[in-house]
Design a protein around this ligand. Structure first.
Ligand SMILES: Cc1cc2nc3c(=O)[nH]c(=O)nc-3n(C[C@H](O)[C@H](O)[C@H](O)COP(=O)(O)OP(=O)(O)OC[C@H]3O[C@@H](n4cnc5c(N)ncnc54)[C@H](O)[C@@H]3O)c2cc1C
Ligand SMILES: *[C@@H]1O[C@H](CO)[C@@H](O)[C@H](O)[C@H]1NC(C)=O
Ligand SMILES: *[C@@H]1O[C@H](CO)[C@@H](O)[C@H](O)[C@H]1NC(C)=O
Ligand SMILES: *[C@@H]1O[C@H](CO)[C@@H](O)[C@H](O)[C@H]1NC(C)=O
Ligand SMILES: *[C@@H]1O[C@H](CO)[C@@H](O)[C@H](O)[C@H]1NC(C)=O
Ligand SMILES: *[C@@H]1O[C@H](CO)[C@@H](O)[C@H](O)[C@H]1NC(C)=O
Ligand SMILES: *[C@@H]1O[C@H](CO)[C@@H](O)[C@H](O)[C@H]1NC(C)=O
Length: 485
């Protein structure tokens, strides 16, 4: 009887112990990192990300510096009956990392990084921006792994949704180079995921990692040697040559080697009469050979007999890949709408539609307002994996078309939103799948199908295994309803 009583007391006390809530002063005292309350002068800066259209007010923002402090922040949220959202670089097009009334676990200050030349592995915490990764790996060790092409995008979000830059045609997606992850699960245990351990979780996080499986604290990437400098050409053409330029770019892409990467962009700036058009041609090899690959963009045949298309401007750089990323621009304090899809092909009709759609984009008096189409090449090693190699399914079509409006001035929100919606509809029949790193809640009727396609059922199974109570839930987490389901 006594024994049973003692056991009962013990069970009771253990239960009370685990249900006891961690108070804010306890969190603040125990955390290695920072707790930012609504009244803190840092609160506003910390709650805004890339897209200022979202003006969300979380309960509190926690910036841990190590994994144990991530667990502590999660304990604080769970024992106070709060939900969390996870933020790294804050570039989510739908600001998924910051939610009203929640505890934001902001891993952006977790910046430890190292490189082991013996195993050839880069180990980084989730908060490093890609410019910081390359500053370390390229400048100190002459190695890199594919990541982002803009300086401020971070390891966390970019890698978990795929991730590509100029290096990807040769070395694959960022996520394809991940060999191991450290993850804090919903039950606050810290686990490793790799090809041997938690294999299903490892599969799901690479491409489906925004979906609410856990908080990734550490990434290990395969490293690749980089050359001291790379050839890259930035070429602009006359708007009247738009159709000939894009036709040629597409034809060129069909036979170019994996060492060449292309980025095609066309945009209307504010009140400009005509949109602009430009191409970046990157060569991943000795820079003196760049011209023999990209040089043909200096002069090629137009569609009309005996016409030749030549650039308005061409600027060639021969710089380290670190400099190229550092130079990228990603303006802050703008509102935006993003809508992307993979084109199944680029034919006359698609080209004509792109041209007229840009010409129909809203005209505004603000010089920095833009409506833009980006065409990112997704060839080479990015497609050279099975569609179920990991959760990133988009291995079939090489052009990722991303429409983006970026603006200030609330009066332009509605015209831009309408234009983006109309554009999405116009290209729906020429597209298949949407890149999950450009999430969209304005246009997608069924985001789960668009981002994950036939890999979605397996993602749902993995989600149920590792987060059975669906604690990590938000608008587009795995298992959340789509409009058409
Ligand atoms: C200016 C700009 C440039 C870009 N350039 C590129 C590019 O070159 N190549 C490319 O492929 N994409 C690019 N993107 C898209 C980019 O990959 C996504 O926006 C990406 O999700 C951003 O990651 P983040 O950590 O910066 O953003 P966040 O908003 O912090 O995170 C994005 C999503 O990932 C989740 N998340 C973040 N960290 C973690 C974590 N540690 N554990 C669990 N979940 C996490 C967040 O909750 C959120 O849902 C760009 C976007 C912008 C705005
Ligand atoms: C690059 O690293 C150096 C040395 O560690 C540091 O001083 C510098 O601020 C870093 N630059 C960027 C852009 O991160
Ligand atoms: C590129 O720069 C490097 C280093 O400055 C130099 O050695 C090389 O000759 C340059 N190549 C070209 C093609 O300009
Ligand atoms: C473009 O190439 C054609 C054919 O070789 C040539 O006749 C023409 O002069 C070239 N134009 C320029 C600007 O180099
Ligand atoms: C960086 O930007 C400057 C200014 O636009 C340009 O002159 C320079 O060539 C760029 N360098 C690289 C490596 O892109
Ligand atoms: C475009 O906007 C600029 C800056 O506001 C202004 O100076 C210019 O006159 C405008 N041009 C047209 C064509 O409206
Ligand atoms: C936490 O969840 C994982 C995945 O469901 C499970 O394997 C593990 O045993 C759980 N840990 C604890 C302490 O309950």
């Amino acid at each position: 009887m006594n024994k049973i009583l003692i056991l009962f007391i013990c069970v009771l006390s253990c239960f009370i112990n685990s249900a006891q809530s961690l108070t804010l002063p306890q969190l603040t005292a125990q955390i290695n990192g920072k707790v930012i309350s609504q009244s803190s002068p840092d609160f506003n800066n910390a709650r805004f990300g890339y897209n200022y259209r979202y003006n969300r007010v979380p309960q509190i923002i926690v910036q841990p510096l190590d994994t144990a402090s991530v667990v502590l922040a999660l304990e604080y949220a769970q024992t106070n009956n709060l939900l969390v959202s996870v933020k790294s670089g804050g570039h989510s097009a739908i600001a998924e990392g910051v939610q009203d009334l929640r505890v934001v676990i902001d891993v952006s200050q977790m910046k430890q990084i190292s490189y082991d030349p013996v195993s050839n592995i880069i180990t980084t915490q989730s908060g490093n921006k890609w410019v910081e990764v390359y500053n370390y790996t390229i400048n100190q060790h002459q190695v890199a792994t594919p990541g982002g092409s803009c300086p401020s995008v971070s390891v966390g979000g970019l890698t978990l949704g795929g991730g590509a830059n100029d290096l990807s045609t040769v070395h694959g997606l960022a996520t394809d180079n991940v060999v191991e992850l450290e993850v804090v699960l919903a039950n606050r245990s810290v686990v490793i995921a790799n090809e041997q351990t938690n294999v299903d979780l490892f599969w799901a996080l690479r491409g489906g990692g925004h979906g609410g499986f856990g908080i990734v604290t550490l990434f290990k990437f395969r490293a690749h040697p980089v050359l001291p400098t790379y050839y890259s050409a930035w070429i602009t053409y006359a708007w009247s040559d738009f159709e000939d330029v894009l036709t040629y770019v597409n034809t060129f892409s069909e036979t170019m080697p994996n060492t060449v990467n292309l980025y095609f962009t066309a945009w209307r700036s504010s009140n400009a009469t005509n949109p602009s058009v430009a191409l970046s041609c990157f060569f991943n090899g000795p820079s003196q050979l760049g011209e023999s690959h990209c040089g043909s963009f200096r002069n090629f045949s137009g569609s009309k007999r005996n016409t030749y298309i030549t650039p308005v401007t061409i600027s060639v750089t021969n710089a380290s890949y670190y400099e190229t990323v550092k130079n990228g621009t990603d303006p802050k304090a703008r509102s935006s709408y993003t809508s992307g899809s993979f084109l199944t092909g680029i034919d006359k009709k698609v080209i004509k539609n792109i041209k007229t759609q840009l010409e129909k984009s809203p005209v505004t008096p603000y010089t920095f307002n833009t409506a833009r189409l980006n065409l990112y090449w997704q060839g080479g090693q990015m497609l050279n994996q099975a569609r179920d190699y990991n959760a990133y399914v988009h291995r079939t079509y090489p052009w990722n078309a991303v429409w983006l409006v970026s603006y200030t001035g609330g009066e332009f929100e509605e015209p831009y939103r309408k234009w983006i919606k109309q554009t999405y509809r116009k290209f729906e029949s020429f597209s298949e799948g949407v890149y999950q790193n450009y999430p969209d809640e304005n246009n997608l009727d069924n985001w789960a199908e668009a981002y994950y396609m036939e890999n979605y059922p397996k993602l749902q199974v993995v989600k149920a295994t590792y987060d059975p109570n669906n604690y990590f839930r938000f608008a587009q987490s795995i298992g959340s309803p789509s409009l058409s389901s």
